[in-house]
Design a protein around this ligand. Structure first.
Ligand code: 5AD
Ligand code: SF4
Length: 449
């Protein structure tokens, strides 16, 4: 009988992408990749190390998995992948001896080999950062791509050289590396051929992309967007996550000139106090960020802006926090993620003695989240009464409904008669609720259909 593997992913979109590539890798070594742990012979936890809670979750999940058995009654093979694997390596096996192998995010092309060694009783750990895994990874079958749906992630850049003082990414994902243009295009063409209509380009600093163009030069992210836009079947292009200091003029212009590039930008600022931004080693100020946003909005006035915020960074005073609130009031976000500062081992800020008390950070987080939620609601309500193109992604939770996304990334619930998965339909937005929009198919469209 074919062995079954289950991958459980935590954390960011890059982990979601890595999980798809690991699944392809496992299929190529004869595994059936399943959606639930029940009956799986191999369980692979694809972990996240960005905040303390994320890492702790992994150990409690491992505790729960300890006694699990596979289809044939044998103990499941347990692998730990992702950023906790990279950061902790062998320590994971010391802390939880039931773990059979550990594989970092730049080494998962070794999966078949690691599984073979683990099966023979060794406890291999692969955390090298120096090889280009993409050169060795199994390609997805057309069927696997189609099964994943009409939207896809595509990693084009990995790692980070910025060293924000709170962040583990430069240590877990290594130095900034861009994939060559030809390699990215090949993968994109394969996705589009299998029916993918929207691609989100991924990178920890995706707008710092500078992939080799095969002629001795490099291409910027804007160049890459231009090349992707030329693919006929591809309707939408997105990218995430960006750093304010890498927002090139050509990328700003692409938001004006390239209709396939969606008017949504995730551009984290982290804090609104220049003193804190300096301590975070962000190398920009609140003012330069706000000015940048104004320039991007000049190019694309309807841009939906998203961001990340950290409250309670060491040394953050009430006045510093008020500066964050003021920046949010000024800039206005369509969506955002906000977090309490979490000291990460090995990062410069973790050793500071002026840590902010937990209750102060919690209170600040609550206030910031209330403001951001109100702004999100305002943005969503602003779409009621407007007509927007919606890419239908999947059946809805309710019978008779399908769900797609607006250009601004909100889920839009529409009657199933509107069209099939993969169709782009014009929708009149009738209501906004929480993070979702509801709409009717525009009359001209249904008359024509
Ligand atoms: N504590 C809290 N939030 C963090 N982030 C990164 N590191 C930390 C940390 N140590 C947040 C940042 C980043 C997002 C992915 O996670 O806001 O943009
Ligand atoms: Fe982390 Fe800063 Fe790099 Fe983003 S830019 S991954 S927050 S170090």
């Amino acid at each position: 009988m074919e062995k079954r593997a289950f991958i459980k992913s935590y954390g960011c979109q890059m982990n979601v992408y890595d999980a798809t590539r690991m699944a392809d890798q496992l299929r190529a070594s004869g595994y059936d990749v399943v959606d639930e742990q029940e009956g799986a012979d191999l369980v692979l936890l694809n972990t996240c190390h960005i905040r303390e809670k994320a890492a702790e979750k992994v150990y409690s999940e491992l505790g729960r998995l300890k006694g699990a058995v596979g289809a044939a009654g044998a103990p499941v093979m347990i692998g730990v992948a992702g950023c906790v694997a990279q950061a902790e390596g062998e320590e994971i096996i010391r802390r939880q001896p039931r773990v059979d192998f550990v594989v970092g995010p730049q080494a998962y092309h070794h999966l078949p080999d690691l599984i073979a060694k683990a099966g023979a009783g060794a406890k291999p750990v692969a955390t090298e950062l120096d090889e280009d895994k993409f050169e060795h990874l199994a390609r997805p079958s057309r069927r696997a791509v189609t099964a994943r749906g009409v939207t896809a992630f595509l990693t084009v850049q990995e790692g980070c050289d910025k060293f924000c003082s709170f962040c583990v990414v430069p240590y877990t994902r290594g130095a900034e590396v861009s994939r060559p243009v030809a390699e990215v295009m090949e993968e994109a063409v394969q996705l589009v051929d299998a029916g993918v209509r929207e691609i989100t380009l991924l990178g920890q600093n995706v707008n710092a992309y500078h992939g080799g163009d095969g002629k001795g030069g490099t291409a910027s992210l804007a160049d890459l967007v231009g090349r992707l836009a030329a693919l006929d079947g591809l309707a939408r292009i997105r990218f995430t996550t960006s750093h304010p200091n890498d927002m090139g003029e050509d990328l700003i212009a692409a938001h004006r000139d390239e209709p396939k590039l969606m008017p949504y930008l995730h551009l984290p600022v982290q804090a609104g106090s220049d003193r804190i931004l300096k301590a975070m080693n962000r190398k920009h100020t609140a003012g330069s960020y706000a000015a940048l946003i104004a320039r991007i909005r000049d190019a694309r006035p309807d841009l939906a802006l998203s961001g990340d915020f950290i409250v309670g960074f060491p040394g953050e005073t009430d006045a510093d926090f008020e500066a964050t609130m003021a920046l949010v009031e000024e800039v206005k976000y369509a969506s955002a993620y906000s977090f309490k500062y979490s000291p990460r081992p090995g990062t410069p800020a973790a050793g500071r003695e002026d840590q902010v008390p937990a209750d102060v950070a919690s209170e600040r987080l609550q206030r910031l989240q209330a403001l951001l939620t109100a702004q999100q609601k305002e943005f969503n309500l602003g779409l009621v009464g407007r007509r927007v193109p919606v890419l239908i992604e999947k059946p809805g939770r309710r019978e008779g409904q399908v769900v797609g996304r607006s250009p601004y990334l909100q889920p839009v619930h529409i009657p199933a008669s509107a069209g099939a998965v993969g169709d782009m339909v014009e929708v009149d937005i009738t209501a906004a609720e929480g993070n979702s929009l509801f709409g009717e198919v525009a009359p001209e469209r249904s008359a024509a259909a």
